[in-house]
Design a protein around this ligand. Structure first.
Ligand code: AN7
Length: 401
């Protein structure tokens, strides 16, 4: 049992209303469960396979979901990077190991399932790339069309390839992500398409399971939970999920929610630093981490609550720091991620260097998308392969063993 509730004015809506913002005040909506009537125990959950659907009592879908077996991603101990930073309890949750290579699949299995449950025939989103790749895959699985709007020239190659191959209608908008989102929102309202950006409260329900899995995999709660922040949906979702576990009496504390943004695209950081009541949108966000090249994060309101109420923080890292950490993760830990994903761990490095971290903390960084998403940025950073003639002499002369 659940309903939709406005996070600002508390106005409530029936669960089957197609609505993306409060009609009373225009603020964001969230799914609110009747937690007193939820019958489940941690033991019962832990007997099920590790996946988004382990936690189905806290998800809005009632029937069989549209699933590609998302979730159940590895939680790695970052041994070498942790040693370098003096952090013995540093972990990375590798969300690039989801079916389409990013955490978005957790939201899309729920969001596309809800689209069918609500009788919607066409799904749509704007995207910096990963949302479109994921939506295209889940729409294909559901057998319904998807329309995706991408900021022209600013989406990593692998993500465009996925959206195209899974059969979405892929539209390049001459404008940035924030403008594409305004456009698709308008389109969905005027033409009845189902909007699956993170203003959709159901999608975020799937994403909160990252936090649930971390709790189950660690066997305890981390002290700090670190995410790259773009639209700020993910950090809001994980916080909401942990609040539900608290209300159910399953956990006693919520980790310090910590958001990392790219320096050229950091409105949430500014709001935290300057203690603003709301974010001031950035008109021309820019970063090599195109996934988080977002100037007007739609979930900022929820994210500011998540960060402030847990004693967390939000900080910015430079593109150089992001790329250096992408290399470190790949070469010291064997973990291949796209630039935006490396921002979470780069942010921890920065906090250590600033002396702003208790080194005994148990820290979980979410690395959000796979290395193969953005091959062009990878190739630019690495020396090209050495070409040799097809004989052993040439090979040995190059290898110099
Ligand atoms: C790899 O695909 O917004 O703060 O349109 O792809 O929840 O927005 C992607 C976001 C982090 C930020 N890491 O998450 C999109 C999109 C990766 C991402 C984020 C994104 P939010």
């Amino acid at each position: 049992m659940y309903r939709l509730i406005c996070v600002n004015c508390g106005y409530t809506y029936r669960k089957d209303e197609i609505i993306y913002e409060c009609r009373e005040c225009g603020h964001l909506l969230a799914v609110e469960y009747d937690l007193k009537n939820i019958q489940v125990s941690l033991e019962e959950w832990r007997q099920r396979p590790l996946s988004v659907w382990r936690y189905r009592e806290l998800l809005p879908v009632s029937g069989a979901p549209v699933t590609l077996q998302e979730g159940g991603t590895p939680l790695y101990h970052l041994k070498r990077i942790g040693e370098e930073l003096g952090l013995p309890h540093l972990y990375a949750k590798h969300e690039g190991m989801n079916p389409s290579g990013s955490f978005k699949d957790r939201g899309m299995t729920v969001g596309v399932s809800m689209a069918l449950e609500l009788g919607k025939k066409v799904v749509a989103c704007a995207s910096t790339g990963n949302t479109s790749a994921s939506l295209a895959a889940y729409a294909a699985k559901a057998g319904i069309p998807a329309v995706v709007l991408l900021p022209a020239g600013k989406v990593a190659l692998g993500k465009v390839a996925q959206a195209l191959m899974h059969g979405a209608r892929v539209i390049s908008v001459r404008g940035n992500f924030d403008r594409a989102l305004e456009m698709v929102h308008e389109l969905c309202i005027s033409h009845g398409l189902y909007l699956l950006n993170s203003v959709n409260p159901f999608r975020l329900e799937g994403q909160k399971t990252i936090g649930f899995e971390v709790f189950d995999q660690l066997g305890r709660m981390p002290d700090r939970f670190v995410l790259p922040v773009g639209n700020a949906g993910n950090i809001s979702a994980v916080y909401k999920g942990y609040k539900e576990l608290m209300d159910l009496g399953f956990i006693e504390k919520i980790p310090k929610m910590t958001g990392i943004q790219a320096a050229g695209s950091s409105p949430v950081v500014r709001a935290i630093e300057e203690n603003l009541p709301a974010v001031v949108p950035e008109l021309s966000p820019e970063t090599v981490a195109t996934a988080i090249r977002i100037g007007a994060p739609v979930n900022a309101e929820k994210a500011l609550t998540a960060i402030r109420s847990t004693g967390g923080t939000a900080i910015r890292v430079s593109d150089a720091e992001i790329l250096a950490m992408q290399c470190s993760l790949a070469q010291k830990e064997g973990i291949g991620v796209e630039p935006a994903s490396a921002a979470s761990v780069a942010g921890i490095k920065r906090l250590v260097e600033d002396g702003a971290l208790d080194k005994d903390e148990t820290i979980v960084c979410v690395v959000t998308g796979h290395l193969l998403k953005d091959p062009e940025t990878v190739i630019k950073q690495c020396k090209p392969p050495v070409e040799v003639d097809a004989n052993l002499t040439s090979l040995l002369s190059v290898l110099q063993l």
